[in-house]
Design a protein around this ligand. Structure first.
Ligand code: SIN
Ligand code: CO
Length: 388
């Protein structure tokens, strides 16, 4: 990966990761021209009214733009009546609704799939914004339609104060050291903690490719869920080797250490721990967006071989693997999955972002069974051939 990358303005992935990622912003003009006009403001308005979509409508009062309101989905037509001058509509997981947008992740192959969160789109008329703020995560902002002015400022952290009494975590001020107007296709990387303020210059759509990291509490919860289902661990432990009597009210440091050591020994049982972390990271953020599909059998797949179908990851699903003792283990949509040895290299390629041609090379009983199973679970999808 030491080639200069267009989307990064000609620097290499290594340079981006070592100099910018999690550290400082990067602006690249015309980095993703193909994103321009995939969606128009009306498409976003329509989608926001879909009852399954996660969306927020943010308004600023005409009389006092420092007073904000937020209405979360489900949104209805009435929410868009009597609109103030300044407002923003945010729609999450737009990559689950637009295949072309889901493809945008592939422009960033140097960030692994498990770090991806979703692509949010914001729509605002001239002057609209979500206020001065910072996020705890990395975000790739890509201008999709119209223009947005971005100001970047100081780094913030968990101790930073917000304006009191507002439904959004807004900063009172930012010390602007970057001030640029983004046009369709322009890209801006904003690292975690960096204050930013984006104001629509005209009717504009901005995409935020967000990245996630687990927090310790979520991982702990998942680990304890995995331990809770292990009945052997529900048996009481044996007592510490006791020789001399101790004070009745005391739990001695040795007794406490013994219990902690037993707990830590089990926590270090890597198969449970790995399963807990992998299943958490392979969880879909919006499982309700995973489509239900018509049951497919291996016979249907055989008939579809060599017809030009492409096998790929369903955009709303997640598929990860890790190597353990020279074997690849897979997790998808929050669960460990078992597949045949023959299918392993193919599924690895799909998890790595490739689309695989459904051709005669896959005509193997184990492989077709695995494919049918993963299609029926909507972990994978078949893209039909493009008609000439
Ligand atoms: C926006 O597009 O208006 C908000 C995106 C962000 O600030 O992260
Ligand atoms: Co932000």
């Amino acid at each position: 990966m030491s080639q200069p990358i267009d989307v990064l303005g000609g620097i290499t992935a290594e340079q981006f990761l070592s100099e910018y990622w999690q550290k400082k912003p990067l602006l690249v003009r015309n980095a993703l021209p193909e994103i321009a006009n995939i969606l128009e403001p009306n498409d976003v308005m329509e989608l926001a009214l879909d009852e399954n979509v996660t969306a927020r409508l943010i308004k600023q009062k005409d009389k006092d733009p420092n007073q904000w309101t937020v209405k979360t989905s489900p949104l209805i037509k009435g929410d868009f009546q009597k609109m103030p001058k300044l407002w923003t509509l945010l729609v999450q997981a737009i990559d689950h609704y637009s295949f072309d947008l889901a493809e945008m992740w592939k422009k960033f192959p140097f960030i692994p799939q498990w770090r991806r969160d979703d692509i949010m789109v914001s729509y605002a008329p001239k002057g609209g914004s979500v206020g001065k703020h910072f996020d705890f995560y990395d975000v790739f902002l890509v201008q999709g339609y119209g223009h947005r002015r971005w100001q970047l400022g100081q780094m913030c952290d968990a101790d930073t104060d917000f304006i009191a009494g507002q439904p959004l975590k807004l900063l009172p001020e930012i010390d602007v050291n970057f001030d640029e107007v983004l046009a369709p296709g322009d890209f801006l990387y904003v690292p975690p903690g960096l204050s930013h303020y984006g104001v629509a210059e005209d009717d504009c759509l901005t995409y935020s490719l967000g990245f996630r990291m687990p927090n310790i509490s979520d991982m702990m919860d998942r680990v304890s869920e995995k331990f809770a289902t292990n009945t052997i661990l529900r048996n009481p432990l044996l007592d510490i080797a006791r020789t001399n009597p101790t004070q009745v009210g005391e739990m001695t440091p040795q007794e406490l250490s013994y219990l902690k050591a037993e707990l830590l020994a089990h926590l270090q049982d890597s198969s449970i721990l790995d399963d807990a972390i992998m299943s958490l990271m392979a969880e879909s953020k919006y499982p309700e967006n995973i489509p239900e599909v018509d049951e497919i059998g291996t016979g249907d797949l055989e008939a579809a071989l060599d017809q030009g179908y492409l096998l790929m990851l369903e955009p709303a699903s997640r598929l990860l693997y890790t190597e353990q003792e020279h074997e690849l283990l897979f997790w998808a949509n929050g669960e460990a999955i078992c597949i045949s040895k023959a299918f392993t290299p193919i599924l690895k390629a799909i998890a790595d972002g490739q689309a695989i041609l459904l051709d005669a090379k896959l005509a193997n009983e184990d492989i077709l069974e695995d494919i049918a199973h993963l299609l029926n679970e909507s972990i994978l999808m078949l893209l039909p051939p493009v008609e000439e």
